[in-house]
Design a protein around this ligand. Structure first.
Ligand code: COA
Length: 172
């Protein structure tokens, strides 16, 4: 019998910079992924006015309509990169797309010359927390009642050995 994970592995996708024509699809995924999603206007401003912002999408290779299935955003500020957003469409999670997007973000951070990478995550959001830990991020602080919808705490996670991140994930 065929293992279902073998079916998942057949998905072909590529990562490329986000452009304005992706925004509609990105906003749809944002609404499915976050209780406080960003607006279409916010994404447009990120792409056109925020010179610190770098955004990438994951796009299915074999699909012409609605090919965007995930995205990651980063802000490069002085010598740090902050991961501003990361999401994968619920129907496409668990197939390695989130991991690839995070790899792209860290490679991007290296190209920009950052020394460390920071992010905030809801304290109860275990799936991304596990993912970030696999890449060497550590919880450095807790921000009480950070999220305005349910006053949940945020965890501040930091990857402070960016140049070695590939070695760190190989070492497990
Ligand atoms: C976090 C998120 C982007 C991960 O994307 P994804 O494509 O499902 O991730 P991947 O398939 O690459 O899996 C990466 C890791 O996530 C975890 N993971 C994946 N599927 C999982 C599942 N079904 N149950 C628990 N953990 C799972 C594992 O740690 C996995 O690592 P592994 O590949 O070594 O097993 C996705 O779950 C998502 O969009 N969540 C909602 C938005 C969100 O919370 N974003 C983070 C904001 S800080």
């Amino acid at each position: 019998m065929m293992d279902i994970t073998q079916v998942f592995e057949r998905i072909n996708f590529r990562i490329r910079p986000m452009c304005l024509s992706d925004v509609e699809q990105v906003v749809q995924i944002d609404k499915l992924s976050f209780t406080l999603p960003w607006s279409e206007r916010t994404y447009r401003l990120e792409l056109t006015k925020n010179s610190a912002a770098h955004l990438f999408v994951a796009e299915l290779e074999d699909q012409l309509e609605q090919p965007v299935v995930g995205y990651v955003g980063l802000w490069f500020i002085v010598d740090e990169v902050h991961i501003s957003t990361l999401a994968v469409h619920p129907d496409f999670r668990g197939r390695g797309i989130g991991r690839r997007l995070l790899e792209e973000a860290l490679d991007g951070a290296l190209r920009l010359g950052a020394d460390l990478v920071t992010l905030e995550v809801r304290a109860s959001n275990q799936r991304p927390i596990d993912l970030y830990k696999k890449f060497g991020f550590q919880v450095k602080a807790r921000k009480p009642r950070y999220y305005r919808d349910n006053h949940e705490d945020a965890l501040l996670m930091i990857l402070d050995d960016l140049p070695r991140w590939r070695e760190l994930i190989r070492e497990g």
